[in-house]
Design a protein around this ligand. Sequence first.
Ligand SMILES: Nc1ncnc2c1ncn2[C@@H]1O[C@H](COP(=O)(O)OP(=O)(O)O)[C@@H](O)[C@H]1O
Ligand SMILES: [Mg+2]
Length: 436
Amino acid sequence: MHPRWQGQCRDCGEWNSLAEEQVVKSSRKSKATKIEKPQKLSEVSLEKFSGFKSGIGEFDRVLGGTLLPGSSVLLAGEPGIGKSTLILQAAGQYGSNNLNVLYISGEESAAQVKVRADRLKVSGENISIANLTDLHAITAILEEGGYHLVIVDSIQTIGNRQFDSPPGTVGQIRESAGRLIELAKKNDFALFLIGHVTKEGIVAGPKLLEHMVDAVLYFEGDNQHFYRLLRPVKNRFGSIFELGVFEMTPLGLIPVDNPSNFFLSGYNEQERSGSVVTASCEGNRPILIEIQALVSPATYGTPQRVAGGIDSKRLSLLLAILEKRGGVPMGNNDVFVSIAGGLKLTEPSIDLAVLTAIVSSLRDIPISPKMVISGEVGLSGEVRPIGMADRRVSESAKLGFEKIILPKQAVDSMKSKKIELIGVESLEKTLELIFW
Ligand SMILES: Nc1ncnc2c1ncn2[C@@H]1O[C@H](COP(=O)(O)OP(=O)(O)O)[C@@H](O)[C@H]1O
Ligand SMILES: [Mg+2]
């Protein structure tokens, strides 16, 4: 604790990371707490413990199949990305499954939410709406019970009036979220907290909330493209290796059941240099996607390296490996790499595709449009094994690709009649195979 204003944190040395917080006596009622006797684990009743399903496959799957009563979920994302849209559509579905939903809107009036609901064709049966920001008013309603699901949009607008600091500050968020999460457990409703994250990165709110809730979902995408990704970054009750894909339309978010078809829809099967299709497993599902590279002689000063959708440090590293281990001098060239459709990929299995796209552009030699390339490249130029190779193979075959280049280890233990499997051990061998 720092009793007065200070620019630097005494503990971690970070500048401007301190936020003012009022010390207020806890607003919780100070009735003597009822002490519950511990019970035998084997005797704990699971009667109330069946989960809620919305029926929107891409949404339920990311939540781990079902949503448990008493659990709390943070849905975080940049303003305007579509959080309110997604949660209202989900609320509509939960409602039509006879679940009582309470939508607490701190940002928009009931009428504004209704206009959105009409546009999204959400009938709103079983959804109650309240335009509230005062924590006490909200907890009073929740104490009465009667709701299976409660949505708070957004947690940054809710506050305890006894605090001097405005809603959205660290102390307010902690207090409001803490009270709501506690009530969810006590009264057995599932809680969705909507949290804004800004482009600059981590806002104290959502980061702080990550530790308090049972699951954290990030909703992301960009303004130039219409797809949206729902990614779990924490889930106490399910896998975090899931990915929900949606398309934003005027009628709301439409689940994309087959992301490869969606992301490859602009892929043109004419031979072009610098274009390679890779099978990336973002989550547990393979997505086929086109990687594009453009290499041209640098005309002014230091060559540029521009990475869109992949980490720029990773690109520099890959270029160094290409020079040193692949024997391809890159020094005086500008290199631009981008993922078609604007998707961001984090999985290292795209390494080999990125490098072959770069060499393809440099030499102006196209790569067969019927080929998929997946493999991680190590510092000594070795092609390292990747997970879920079988899923990548079957997805590629399903979409009509004829050949797939994979790490040798993966190919050794696999057979496929539908697609030709080519195993490679090193970057050098891969380049020889494709370009020489
Ligand atoms: N009338 C409309 N027609 C089509 N799309 C719309 C319309 N209104 C809003 N949208 C889409 O919804 C997005 C805003 O979604 P919203 O759920 O309010 O975001 P958030 O709650 O994350 O701030 C807009 O960026 C736009 O893509
Ligand atoms: Mg909103």
